[in-house]
Every structure is written in structure tokens, then in C-alpha cells.
Design a protein around this ligand. Structure first.
Ligand SMILES: Nc1ncnc2c1ncn2[C@@H]1O[C@H](COP(=O)(O)OP(=O)(O)OP(=O)(O)O)[C@@H](O)[C@H]1O
Ligand SMILES: [Mg+2]
Length: 274
């Protein structure tokens, strides 16, 4: 089964899109390097802001016919085909594909609210095309909206990016509770929280070190720590140029930290038989 990693946190600006896009590219490169039979990775951008789409494709003009919106609004029988039709290759790597967002996704939430089976529309369509990919990475908007629920229902693994200043376990526990609600309440037993990703870590700030130490010592959350990404200005420069962090500066501290996260996720994929 193709693993689908959803990057989620209802807090804004914590590094969901940065992590989703760079980790997806890192997976393509590492899988290719390790001669995996399939090294294509698909980014699904469920955020109407379309940041992941913009940085990876250089475009923000996807609309009613050629964005994820089309797939979500399509009749059930045509949904997978419509999804395939809207997928484009990214500018970062020909094997990194993108199901692009559109501002229309905001309206899709209202249009689909109350429609029977609506929360499963993404999961249904994705499940029929997933075997074309070694992994799927889903970016979400900063809220617990219908689209985020759809993304969680389409995922196998949730990764929660979190800034050190939001590391108080209360905030984190509410994200994890939401993921568990989807798993148990919505009968999606294969969804698991597979990692916490601490982002924008500044080792010179005492509070950051203190909170990270607390997280590591936490009996439930500590074992979930997937990686620590330093605050690094290379991230914003890469972002502004619509470049990946790895191509902007592979030696930047954040690139090295993301490379480690990619390596552990690819090991995880190998264990799952990709
Ligand atoms: N490690 C980092 N170091 C420095 N800046 C970073 C880092 N990670 C992300 N940023 C910056 O923080 C901002 C928010 O990042 P990003 O867009 O990835 O967050 P997000 O969680 O997807 O936001 P939203 O909730 O709006 O979708 C961006 O300007 C990005 O360049
Ligand atoms: Mg984002």
C-alpha cells in the first residue's frame, strides 16, 4: 500500500508547506539514488492558499478544470480520472508531481458541506491512483476544516510540524486528539501519527531548548519526534525564488536536517515494502 503522509497542524505558519514540499522532493531524490523501482512522489495541495503549488510549479492559475477542485467536484466514477488529469509535473523534478490547489477550494468546502460521502472524496479518488506513486504527501490548510478532514481520511501517516514556541503539550495534544478522532470516530484505522517535526528551532533561545527537552522527555510525545529543523534564512530565500531548499543550498542547516528526516521516512517506506 502506498503511504500517504499528511502534514497537519491547525496553527498557521509552522512550516507545513515548507516541510511537505522539501520532504517530498527529498524522497524522490533518495529513492532514485537507491534505485527503487518507483521513485515518483505526488504532492496533493489541499490548501486554497496554494503555497505548495506555487513554489513547486511556479503557477497560481489553476482553476475549475485543472486543479484538485475539479477532482473533488467530479462525479464519483470520474473522480480518479479527473484527479489524474489535473496532476502536473513540478518544476523541481520531473518525478515530483503535484495535484494543484486553487482558491476555489475554499468554495468547495461550502459546496460539499452536507453532501453525503463528501469527506471521503479525496480518499476515494487518491486510493485509485496511489499505486502509481512511491509515496504521497498531502499539504493542508491551517484549520480543522472539511478539506483537512478529507486530507486526514486520505492519509496513512500524519506528520505534525510544530514550532518550539507552540510546543506546550496542550496545543500538540489537541492536534493529536483530532487525528485520533478521525481514526477512531470515522473508522479510518490505518491512520497513525507517525511523527512530530519541530521546525524553526533556534538553539540560542533558552526557551526553545527547554521546550524541546520537555518534549523529548514526554512519555507519549517524545518517541514521536521525527526531526528538528533549525530556523534558517535559507528557507525564506529558497521560498522566494520558488526553489527547493536542496537546490538553493544543500549545505544549509535546514537542508541537512530535512535530509535526515527524508532518510528516516524512506527507511520506513522500505520497511513497508515500497
Ligand atoms: N526552518 C525555517 N527557518 C526559517 N523560516 C522558515 C522555516 N520553515 C518555514 N519558514 C518560513 O515560515 C513561513 C511559514 O512557513 P510555511 O508556509 O511552510 O508554513 P505553513 O504551516 O505551511 O503555513 P500556513 O499555515 O499558512 O499554510 C514561510 O515564510 C517560511 O519561509
Ligand atoms: Mg502552508
Amino acid at each position: 500500500m502506498t503511504r500517504a503522509f499528511v502534514f497537519t497542524n491547525h496553527k498557521g505558519g509552522v512550516g507545513k508547506s515548507t516541510s511537505a514540499t522539501n520532504i517530498a522532493l527529498g524522497m524522490v531524490s533518495l529513492l532514485r539514488h537507491s534505485k527503487a523501482p518507483n521513485h515518483r512522489v505526488l504532492i496533493v495541495d489541499t490548501d486554497s492558499q496554494g503555497h505548495a503549488t506555487l513554489v513547486t510549479t511556479g503557477r497560481r492559475d489553476f482553476g475549475p478544470q485543472d486543479s484538485l477542485y475539479a477532482a473533488l467536484m467530479a462525479e464519483r466514477e470520474q473522480a480518479a480520472q479527473t484527479l489524474l488529469g489535473c496532476i502536473v509535473a513540478s518544476q523541481w523534478d520531473a518525478d515530483l508531481h503535484v495535484a494543484p490547489a486553487s482558491p476555489l477550494l475554499e468554495g468547495a468546502e461550502r459546496e460539499l458541506m452536507g453532501v453525503a460521502g463528501a469527506p471521503y472524496r479525496l480518499a476515494d479518488a487518491l486510493s485509485r491512483i496511489a499505486n502509481q506513486y512511491a509515496a504521497i504527501v498531502i499539504d493542508t490548510r491551517p484549520s480543522f476544516s472539511l478539506l483537512t478532514e478529507m486530507a486526514l481520511l486520505a492519509a496513512t501517516d500524519a506528520i505534525v510540524p510544530v514550532e518550539p514556541r507552540y510546543l506546550e503539550t496542550v496545543g500538540l495534544t489537541s492536534v493529536i486528539q483530532k487525528i485520533n478522532d478521525i481514526r477512531d470516530g470515522w473508522r479510518h484505522p490505518t491512520l497513525r501519527v507517525s511523527g512530530l517535526l519541530v521546525t524553526k528551532m533556534n538553539g540560542r533561545i533558552r526557551g526553545h531548548n527547554h521546550l524541546l527537552a520537555q518534549l523529548k522527555a514526554h512519555p507519549l510525545l517524545g518517541p514521536l519526534l521525527l526531526g528538528v529543523i533549525p530556523a534558517n534564512e535559507a528557507v525564506s530565500y529558497a521560498h522566494r525564488n520558488h526553489q527547493s531548499l536542496f537546490s538553493y543550498d544543500p549545505r544549509a542547516s535546514a537542508s541537512k536536517a530535512y535530509a535526515q528526516v527524508v532518510a528516516s521516512l524512506v527507511r520506513y517506506l522500505a520497511k513497508e515494502g515500497v
